[in-house]
Design a protein. Structure first.
Length: 254
């Protein structure tokens, strides 16, 4: 049995790297297999370089870099399917927690706040970021990536704002108004410009943009506008606590 020298091992490692294999584990696995073949099958009168070329050629069809590429694809697909499973779990978890929180809150039962916080947190901090990552993985078009990223980040911020609003935490209005402004002034124009330039999506761009502007405007009005003091004074019968009574109570308390 022939022993592979240190110089030959260094040569094999260097040659494997030159052929496109840079992942350490893969490189040393190929080295181990090549050395085993050389030690067990190489004739004593055979030239090392000639036998090495014959041996290394058995590991690929066109070039050795195929192994590196296949390895990276396997690792990527492994992460891809793991993220896909996590995406499904986070989606189901978010829906169940949000529905449970809404139900508990409507019935004034304990645990509503915890369920709502966890559900919206899963949705905004796990589900939406994973959607962005998956979009970057599946869609190579830069314009689509830009639209998706801005839209998802805006949705995440809006969800956090809703969470702060429901829980009566500070800065809720700031977060919600900021996300709405980004949606109306940045996302919608970007979406319209990119989609309108494409003849295949031109008509849909007009329809979708109209819907988004209308929805954003109504949401902004719903969040930002309330009954004015003047309106409450003119229509006290519509309120449980007319303004005059509220002002009187406040002055007595103070």
């Amino acid at each position: 049995m022939r022993n592979v020298t240190d110089e030959e091992i260094d040569f094999i490692l260097e040659d494997i790297a030159k052929r496109g294999v840079v992942t350490e584990d893969v490189k040393y696995n190929i080295l181990d297999h090549v050395c085993c073949i050389i030690e067990n099958e190489m004739p004593s009168n055979e030239e090392f370089l000639k036998f090495y070329e014959m041996t290394i050629a058995k590991f690929y069809r066109e070039n050795l870099g195929e192994i590196e590429k296949e390895t990276r694809e396997l690792i990527t697909f492994k992460y891809y399917y793991a993220m896909k499973r996590t995406l499904k779990v986070s989606a189901v978890t978010s829906i169940l927690l949000i529905m449970a929180g809404v139900t508990l809150k409507a019935m004034h039962w304990p645990g509503a706040g915890i369920a709502v916080v966890l559900g919206l947190a899963f949705f905004s901090l796990v589900f939406i970021p994973l959607n962005i990552v998956m979009k970057f993985r599946d869609d190579k078009e830069k314009s689509n990536r830009l639209i998706m990223t801005v839209g998802m980040l805006t949705a995440s911020a809006a969800t956090i704002g809703v969470l702060f609003k429901i829980m009566h935490w500070p800065t809720a209005n700031i977060i919600m108004f900021s996300s709405l402004l980004v949606f109306m002034l940045i996302f919608i124009p970007i979406y319209f410009i990119i989609r309108f330039k494409d003849p295949d999506t031109k008509f849909n761009a007009i329809i979708h943009t109209t819907f988004m502007i209308g929805a954003a405007g109504m949401l902004f009005a719903l969040v930002n506008l309330g009954y004015s003091k003047k309106y409450m004074e003119q229509h006290p019968e519509q309120f449980d606590h007319p303004v005059e009574q509220m002002d009187t109570n406040q002055s007595i308390n103070h």
